[in-house]
Every structure is written in structure tokens, then in C-alpha cells.
Design a protein around this ligand. Structure first.
Ligand code: NAG
Ligand code: NAG
Ligand code: NAG
Length: 509
């Protein structure tokens, strides 16, 4: 069935009079060929210097290992709070030429731990979008440093590099500083995304064999709710088949993610009502869209294409309806107004990353950095409504930990929808998880969230935070990831447990 017909039928069933115009124009009109070049330019796929010139760079020329990495010295101010001197702290940036692509290079930052780098786990971070650079997290959330408005960098007291060796990757291809000169390297689904990530990791471990048997965690935010299960499943499958390098995958952590669209789109209305963004009447009207959205998502399944675009168009009207009622709210943090294109101001980072001195330090030459690339985003629209929850039970059954956390004031990937899909997930611990009690996530004796869990599964609702939890709750987010990786309880910190032990001693005496 042609997409247009399909949409008409579905919208007739739903009684939806006006589907999203912009989306319709974007998606249902076949993109004329002449637009392709424009698209490539917009995507920053074609390097500003021609490829031959680029390849003649001595560094890339000699890169038999396909990975070009350099130490970076970005002049970070303040106190690193590390026993290792700043000169000794390994901060790296690099490009990896992806073997399975036509001519793609993937950019990453790699920061050795400020804690104990020879013992701390290795963490991979992916920002969502799709199409937003992981630099967004690096500079504004959990990276080793933050950027001030005047472009000075300061050590982040709560960077996740305090307890881990952490890699921030710009992916899928075309995101951030990652690029290709061949349009065929654009990714449209998680198969492509996870294959590229696996290529990347194999090269990374070849370059850094000392990390090969280190505990490894896959983490990220937002659309990474799609990437993370796909990447982890791919790693786990390779491990099981003993195909390629063995990666010591211990767990995955999804922050305010989009993982199970059918459940999460239903939760929009309920969350919006609960947070008083809409009233009962509006809720009832919006709820009428959902049954059609649900049918469409089922048709999309795990592999659909046209049906998935249709599902996105239909389901997205739920979200758009809420926004049109709620006004100019920041849908990543409903307490705030939406300011600027991305609802947050990341201009300092963009300016910094586009300075000549920074580009030279990073080895990215004339590549222009954009926080979020709309073309990568569009190319992934067919992937949006696919259900990525399906791969997770197999990970849990094999003891790979899952942490799903969500800041309570985020609308777009709200905690309610996340909590629901986690509860609905079919695995051996489903019943026990459903019966598990909720406890306070406590940091230094203060309640920082609500946590529930069973076996390898943990769910955390983070208080006083929006979509970007490590930005809004830096200290608590570091506590969260640190305790979770160690296998400690999120409910109580070490101090509190020590106090409990004392109380226990007193009682038994
Ligand atoms: C780091 O961990 C290793 C391995 O457990 C240990 O031998 C070393 O002493 C630790 N270094 C520091 C500074 O704690
Ligand atoms: C840059 O901004 C920071 C934080 O606002 C401030 O502490 C610092 O003094 C500023 N540095 C310069 C060179 O202006
Ligand atoms: C590329 O960067 C160099 C310095 O890094 C600059 O001199 C040159 O003008 C840039 N070229 C383009 C086309 O932007």
C-alpha cells in the first residue's frame, strides 16, 4: 500500500483531520535526486577539504590500524581532584575509519579515569537525537569538564570519568565530527548503527588492549534508548559466537530513553495530565488518537519501513497536540521555557569546537561542528517507532545488568512511559520486579529519587531533573552510575549502610 493511501485510511479511522504538515511533506514526497547533494552538504558529509588532500595527511596515511588517536590538551581550569597529574591524565580524541563502510570516519573522545584508570570500568556514552553529537553530554552533562559562556573549560567535579574510563562517540555517521564522503554510509536503522559501533569498538580494543578484559558498560540518553539495546545485543551475540574480540559487557544504562514506542506514546497523555499540562477534556480528545497509533506501531513492528513512518506521523500527533496546548514549554524539562532551536543553549560548545585552535588540537581540521544534524535525524526516521525492548530480555537472562533512569520533569521520554515498558517486559524476573517495593534513592542522607529493581534490573526515577539528568543532578547522577556499576544498592549509600550496620550492632548487643 502506498504511504499516502495508508495514511489516509489510518487517519480516517482515527478521525484525525490534520496530520502534521511538515512531516507529511518531508516523508511522503519522494526526495528529488537533485536534493541529494544539498542534503550531503547539510549533513557535513563531504569534507570541506577534498578527500585526497585529507588522505595525504601523514597521520591518516600511516594509520594501518585504521585508528588515528591523539592526546588532547584543552587547558582545563580548576582542580581535577585526581592523584594523577593533569599531564599524565590521558585525554584523547581520534578518528576511526570504519571498515564496513564506503568511506566513513567515526570521531570520539576517550578520557582515562581520574579515579584508578587501571582498575575502573570502561564506559561507552552515546547521545541521542538521532543525530546529536556526544559532545553535548561531554560539555554539559557527565564529561570531565564543562564549558563556561566565555568558552573556558572547567573540571567537572561530578564527571563520570571520576569512576570510569569513558568514551564519547559521535554516531551515527554524519553526527558531530563523524563523517563520510559517500552518501551510502548514511544509516537508517539499528542494524547499521550497531554494526558501525562494533567496528569501532574492535578497533578501540586493538588500540587499547589493556582495556580488553575490563568491565564494559554501554550508556547513553534519549534516542540512545534505541542505540543501546541494539549495540549491546550485537556485542553479546558476537561474544556468544566467539566471533571477534570478546568484550566484557557487564551492563547497559538508558537515561530518559525512547525504547518501546507503543507503550511510551500512550504514556504521553497520562504524563501530561498528571503534570497538569493538559486538562481532562483535552486528555480525552488526545487519547482518541492512541488506538490508531497503537495499530500503526504494531504494523511497524521491528522491521517495517513505510509502516514505521506512518506510525511516526500518527503517533507524533499525540505529542504535538500536547505541545500545542502546553505552549512554549521545554519538552525536555517542563519546568522551563523552550529557548532556541534545541530548547537549550549549546552555542558556547559549538563556538569552542569550531575554533581553529580546537580543531587543530582535536585533529578534525576543517570540519564544522553542529550539535544536532537534521539530516542524520531524518535518515533515521524509519527507525523511530521500532521496538528495541525486544532484545533486552536475552541480555537480562544472561546476567547483563540494565539500569533505566529518568528525570521526572522530562516530557519527551518521560519516566512514566519508561517505567511502564520496564514493567511490561517479558522476562523471567517480570513478576518479581512487579512485586518489588519502591525505595528512596538516597545520596548523603537526602532523597534523590525513587528506585525499584529485581536481579539485574533497576529502574530509577530521578527527582528534580529533566531529560538531561547528569546536567540537572550532577552529583546524584555520578552516585547513581558509580553505585550501579559497583553492584551496590542505589537505595542507600555507603555512609547510610555503615550507619545501619552500627544500629544493627547496637541492637544485637
Ligand atoms: C589501582 O588498581 C590497581 C589494581 O587493583 C592497584 O594495583 C593499584 O594500586 C591501584 N592504584 C591506586 C592509585 O589506587
Ligand atoms: C569565564 O567564566 C567563568 C565562569 O563564569 C569565570 O569564573 C571566569 O573568570 C571567566 N574567565 C575569563 C577569562 O573571563
Ligand atoms: C581550513 O582551516 C585552516 C586553518 O586550520 C584555514 O586557514 C583555512 O582557511 C580553512 N579552509 C577552509 C576552506 O575553511
Amino acid at each position: 500500500m502506498a504511504l499516502a493511501t495508508f495514511l489516509l485510511v489510518l487517519s480516517a479511522i482515527a478521525g484525525i483531520s490534520s496530520l502534521e504538515d511538515a512531516f507529511l511533506r518531508e516523508i511522503s514526497a519522494a526526495r528529488p535526486r537533485h536534493q541529494a547533494e544539498q542534503m550531503i552538504r547539510a549533513m557535513n558529509l563531504l569534507p570541506h577539504v577534498d578527500d585526497s588532500a585529507e588522505d595525504s595527511s601523514p597521520e591518516l596515511e600511516m594509520s594501518v590500524e585504521r585508528l588515528v588517536e591523539r592526546r588532547v590538551e584543552l587547558g582545563i581550569k580548576g582542580d581535577s581532584e585526581s592523584e594523577v597529574t593533569v599531564e599524565d591524565l590521558g585525554h584523547h580524541a581520534g578518528y576511526f575509519k570504519l571498515e564496513g563502510t564506503h568511506s566513513a570516519r567515526m570521531f570520539y573522545f576517550f578520557f582515562e579515569s581520574r579515579g584508578n584508570r587501571s582498575k575502573d570500568p570502561l564506559v561507552l556514552w552515546m547521545t541521542g537525537g538521532p543525530g546529536c553529537g556526544s559532545e553535548v553530554a561531554l560539555f554539559y552533562e557527565n564529561g570531565p569538564f564543562h564549558i563556561a559562556k566565555n568558552l573556558s573549560l572547567y573540571w567537572n567535579k561530578y564527571g563520570w570519568d571520576k569512576v570510569s574510563n569513558i568514551i564519547f562517540v559521535d554516531q551515527p555517521i554524519g553526527t558531530g565530527f563523524s563523517y563520510s564522503s559517500d552518501v551510502r554510509d548514511i544509516r537508517h536503522d539499528e542494524k547499521g548503527v550497531s554494526k558501525d559501533m562494533y567496528d569501532f569498538l574492535e578497533a578501540f580494543f586493538k588500540k587499547h588492549p589493556e582495556y580488553a578484559d575490563r568491565d564494559f558498560y554501554v550508556t547513553g540518553e534519549s534516542y540512545a534508548g534505541h542505540y543501546i539495546p541494539a549495540v549491546a545485543t550485537n556485542i553479546h551475540d558476537h561474544n556468544k559466537k566467539k566471533d571477534g574480540i570478546t568484550i566484557n559487557l557487564k551492563g547497559v544504562a538508558i537515561g530518559n530513553g525512547l525504547t518501546q514506542p507503543e507503550i511510551q506514546y500512550e504514556a504521553y497523555g497520562d504524563y501530561a495530565l498528571e503534570m497538569k499540562l493538559i486538562n481532562e477534556d483535552q486528555y480525552k480528545k488526545i487519547s482518541k488518537i492512541y488506538p490508531v497509533c497503537s495499530v500503526a506501531v504494531k504494523l511497524c513492528g521491528e522491521k517495517g519501513t513505510v509502516t514505521c513512518l506512518a506510525a511516526l506521523l500518527i503517533c507524533q500527533t499525540i505529542f504535538q497536540s500536547i505541545l500545542s496546548i502546553a505552549g512554549n514549554i521545554n519538552y525536555y524539562d517542563i519546568r522551563k521555557p523552550c529557548v532556541g532551536q534545541l530548547c537549550y543553549d549549546f552555542s558556547a560548545m559549538e563556538e569552542f569546537l569550531n575554533q581553529d585552535s580546537t580543531r587543530v588540537a582535536l585533529g578534525v581540521r576543517n570540519r564544522t561542528f553542529v550539535s544536532c544534524n537534521p539530516v542524520v535525524h531524518e535518515a533515521m526516521l524509519v527507525d523511530w517507532m521500532r521496538n528495541l525492548e525486544v532484545g533486552i530480555p536475552a541480555l537480562l537472562e544472561d546476567g547483563i545488568k540494565l539500569l533505566v533512569y529518568a528525570g521526572e520533569y522530562d516530557l519527551i521520554c518521560n519516566w512514566l512511559g519508561n517505567s511502564r515498558w520496564v514493567t511490561a517486559m517479558d522476562w523471567s524476573g517480570q513478576q518479581s520486579y512487579a512485586e518489588a517495593s519502591w525505595e528512596d534513592f538516597s545520596v548523603d542522607g537526602e532523597t534523590a529519587g525513587s528506585v525499584s529493581g529485581y536481579g539485574p534490573l533497576t529502574f530509577l526515577k530521578v527527582h528534580d531533573a529533566g531529560h538531561m539528568v547528569p546536567m540537572d543532578q550532577p552529583k546524584n547522577s555520578l552516585e547513581m552510575i558509580s553505585r550501579w556499576m559497583k553492584g551496590d544498592s542505589l537505595a542507600r549509600g555507603e555512609e547510610e549502610m555503615a550507619m545501619d550496620e552500627e544500629a544493627f550492632l547496637v541492637e544485637t548487643f
